[in-house]
Design a protein around this ligand. Structure first.
Ligand code: V47
Ligand code: SF4
Length: 361
C-alpha cells in the first residue's frame, strides 16, 4: 500500500521494514523525534500484524510483592521504604499462602513475584516462598525476581550466580519479569539509581539466566532524565543481547510516575510519548516476539490504542498492583477477564488468553 507520510523521513524507515532490514540508531532517533504519529503507527502496526495478525494476548495473572523494604532507594521509586518507616512490610510465607488462597477459585496461570532488597530476609525465605507458591498453585507459572533481586540473592546465598539460579529453578522459578533495567546507561544510573546494579552486571545476569534456559522479559523506564539517544541505545543493547541468547520473550516500556518519589516535580508522560515508545520498541526490537502495552502505567484507554501502534499484549489481570499505584497511577488496581477481553475486542482485535509462554489457553 502506498502511504504518504507527513514526515518524509518515515518513507525510508517503512521501506527498510518492508524489506526486513534492521533499523539503525539514526532511525531510532527519528522514530522518537517525528511528529507524524499516525505514519509511525502505520509502520509499527504493519510489523505487529505481520507477526501476530489480529490477535491480542493477555494473561490471567496475580502480582505478589513480598516486601517493600529496600536498601537501594532509587530516586524514581515511590514503593520502597526503610525498615522503620510507616507502611513498611514483609509478608510471611503464611501470608503469601493466604493471599494465594483468597484467589484460589480464579484461573490464575501466572504468579508475578517481585519485591525490594530486604536485609532481614534470608535465602531460605526465597526458596520457601517459591516452594509454597508451587504447592498452592502447582499448575501456574512462577515468573519471579528481577536481575537486581537475582544479584542480591546470589550475595545472600553465598553461591555463584549459576548455582543461585539453579537453586531457584529447582524450587520452582520458571521465568523472570523484565523490571530493574530502567535505562541501561551509566549517566542515568549514577544520577537516579546509584545503589542498584549497573548496566554491565544487569546484562551479565540476564545472559546467565538465559543460558540456564529461563526466559525473561525486558523493560525500559522512560519519561524522566533520559535522552532520546539513551533510549535508542537501550533498545539496541537489548536487541544485541537477544541476537546472542534469544532468551527474551516480551519488552515492556514503563512510563515513569513521579508522585511520592524524589522526582515528584516531573510531569506525567504524554500520550504521544507513550505511543512512540510502544512503536519504537516494535520497530527497533525486530528480534523480540512480543511488545506489551502495560495498561497499569499508560491507562486502559491508551493501552487499547497501543494495540494499533505495535503492541500485541496487554499483560494481565494483575489483581492488585502496588508499585505504580504508590507513585500515583490512576488506572485500576486489577482487571477481570471480561474487562480485558472487552478492551481488546472494542479495539478491533481478537483476545487470546495465554500462558506465560504465549501458548493459548
Ligand atoms: O522494576 C519503579 C519500575 C518496575 C516506578 O516483565 C516504576 O512482564 C514507573 O517491571 N514509575 C516493575 N515505573 C514493573 C515491571 C513489570 C510490569 C509488568 C510486567 C512485567 C513483565 C514487568 O517498575 C520496576 C521499575 O523498573 N518502576 N518505580 C515508577 N515510579
Ligand atoms: Fe528498590 Fe526496586 Fe524501588 Fe529501586 S526500584 S528502590 S531496587 S524496589
Amino acid at each position: 500500500m502506498k502511504i504518504s507520510f507527513l514526515d518524509e523521513r518515515l518513507e525510508s524507515i517503512y521501506l527498510k521494514v518492508k524489506e526486513g532490514s534492521r533499523l539503525s540508531k539514526e532511525d531510532g532517533i527519528c522514530i522518537y523525534d517525528t511528529h507524524d504519529l499516525l505514519g509511525l503507527g502505520h509502520i509499527a502496526n504493519y510489523v505487529r500484524c505481520n507477526l501476530h495478525g489480529n490477535k491480542a494476548f493477555y494473561v490471567y495473572n496475580q502480582h505478589l510483592n513480598y516486601t517493600n523494604i529496600c536498601k537501594n532507594r532509587c530516586r524514581f521509586c515511590a514503593y520502597a521504604k526503610d525498615r522503620k518507616e510507616k507502611g513498611a512490610y514483609i509478608w510471611s510465607i503464611e501470608e503469601i499462602e493466604n493471599r494465594l488462597m483468597e484467589r484460589i477459585d480464579e484461573p490464575v496461570s501466572e504468579l508475578h513475584i517481585v519485591g525490594g532488597l530486604n536485609e532481614d530476609l534470608s535465602f531460605a525465605y526465597f526458596i520457601d516462598l517459591l516452594k509454597t507458591v508451587k504447592k498452592v498453585r502447582p499448575k501456574a507459572t512462577i515468573k519471579a525476581f528481577t536481575s537486581v533481586e537475582i544479584d542480591y540473592l546470589s550475595t545472600l546465598s553465598g553461591l555463584s550466580l549459576e548455582e543461585t539460579i539453579q537453586k531457584l529453578k529447582d524450587a520452582g522459578l520458571e521465568m523472570m519479569p523484565g523490571g530493574g533495567a530502567e535505562v541501561l546507561n551509566k549517566r542515568v544510573h549514577d544520577e537516579l539509581f546509584p545503589k542498584k546494579i549497573g548496566h554491565e552486571r544487569w546484562l551479565e545476569i540476564v545472559r546467565t539466566v538465559h543460558k540456564a534456559g529461563i526466559k525473561t522479559n525486558a523493560t525500559m523506564l522512560y519519561g524522566h532524565i533520559e535522552t532520546l539517544e539513551e533510549r535508542v541505545d537501550h533498545l539496541i543493547t537489548l536487541r544485541d543481547l537477544q541476537d546472542e541468547t534469544n532468551g527474551f520473550s516480551a519488552f515492556i516500556p514503563l512510563a515513569f510516575h513521579s508522585l511520592n518519589t524524589q522526582l515528584s516535580h516531573f510531569p506525567s508522560t504524554t500520550a504521544m510519548d507513550d505511543l512512540k515508545n510502544v512503536a519504537a520498541a516494535r520497530l527497533m526490537l525486530d528480534n523480540f516476539p512480543h511488545i506489551k502495552a502495560y495498561w497499569v502505567m499508560i491507562g486502559e484507554p491508551l493501552a487499547q490504542v497501543a494495540l494499533s501502534f505495535g503492541a500485541d499484549d496487554l499483560d494481565g489481570t494483575i489483581i492488585e498492583e502496588r508499585i505504580t499505584h504508590t507513585a500515583g497511577a490512576k488506572s485500576a488496581k486489577g482487571l477481570t477477564k471480561v474487562q480485558m477481553e472487552r478492551m481488546i475486542r472494542s479495539a478491533g482485535f481478537d483476545p487470546v488468553q495465554r500462558d506465560s509462554f504465549y501458548n493459548p489457553i
